[in-house]
Design a protein around this ligand. Structure first.
Ligand SMILES: [Fe+2]
Ligand SMILES: [Fe+2]
Length: 286
């Protein structure tokens, strides 16, 4: 079997993205979703139900009494918190496969993914980009999912990739292509296709290192994911050697009309938001 065939088999063998979460996302996308309908979708999954109650009863919400019904918790949390909790829960299970090939600990990759999603949200909110929140959060959270599959195959090739990056001539993605014939963004797009995600998400994942190649209708989304990715690397949420070769972010800043002075504020907002999200997701944010 060729390396590419092995990868395609591995993509096929990836666990499905949880149906309950996908169904809940569709329900939450409705502007006036029905709480009862949402509860019906969520209650079939015990661990999701437990996590929702746990978050609602956490110190962060500081509610005067314990909430024990799912319905009440759904009302308290609201659409945004619920969406983040559900997507982060599903994505963390997918990222937490060991990715030894990238000499990245699974939790480092997961932390980077979560940070990218938080950064993308901050960019969207404070620069008022007209992008669907749900689509952006999902795309940013899953942008590096291809690394989960590729890592199983690159252990022996990893050193070669690293050396190419260290010469400063290749970006990480170029080095992957030269060494393997494909890269993690491409594989990530295939995984998103298998999960039957919308085209917007498939595109943003596939082109998160080269947003200019994204179809016009999804370009802004892809640019925000790309920028969020390199900004998180800059502020210390990268993954190993990946961080050495994040290019093109000056161009993106210009294109998205973000001034240098805004960046400082955005990074601060990101850090505040990240601490809160890590608490919610039970991740060590430090
Ligand atoms: Fe990437
Ligand atoms: Fe990344």
């Amino acid at each position: 079997m060729s390396l590419m065939e092995e990868i395609i088999t591995a993509v096929d063998e990836m666990p499905p993205f949880p149906q309950v979460v996908q169904r809940a996302m569709r329900a939450l996308a409705e502007p006036d979703y029905e709480v009862a309908g949402l509860v019906d979708i969520l209650k079939v999954d015990q661990s999701i139900t437990a996590n929702i109650l746990k978050l609602c009863n956490s110190a962060y919400f500081g509610l005067p009494r314990k909430v024990s019904s799912l319905k009440e918790a759904v009302v308290y949390l609201g659409a945004n918190q619920l969406r983040q909790l559900l997507l982060s829960g599903a994505a963390s299970k997918i990222y937490e496969k060991p990715s030894s090939g990238y000499t990245v600990f699974a939790d480092e990759l997961w932390r980077h993914a979560l940070a990218t999603a938080v950064m993308a949200q901050v960019l969207r909110q404070h620069l008022r980009f007209k992008i669907d929140e749900n689509t952006l959060f999902t795309a940013a959270l899953l942008h590096d999912v291809g690394k989960v599959v590729l890592s199983a195959f690159v252990i022996d090739k990893y050193r070669a990739i690293e050396q190419l990056v260290e010469t400063g001539e290749s970006s990480f993605q170029e080095a992957e292509r030269q060494t393997l014939g494909f890269d993690h963004a491409e594989i990530g797009g295939k995984i998103a296709e298998k999960w039957e995600f919308p085209d917007a998400i498939i595109t943003a994942i596939s082109f998160h290192h080269e947003p200019a190649r994204a179809a016009k209708e999804f370009r802004l989304l892809t640019e925000i994911v790309a920028l969020a990715n390199s900004l998180t690397v800059m502020v210390g949420y990268g993954t190993g050697v990946d961080g050495l070769a994040c290019r093109g972010h000056d161009l993106l800043l210009k294109k998205l009309k973000i001034e240098a002075r805004d960046l400082e504020k955005l990074v601060l907002l990101f850090q505040l938001e990240m601490v809160k999200t890590c608490e919610d997701a039970g991740v060590d944010g430090g």
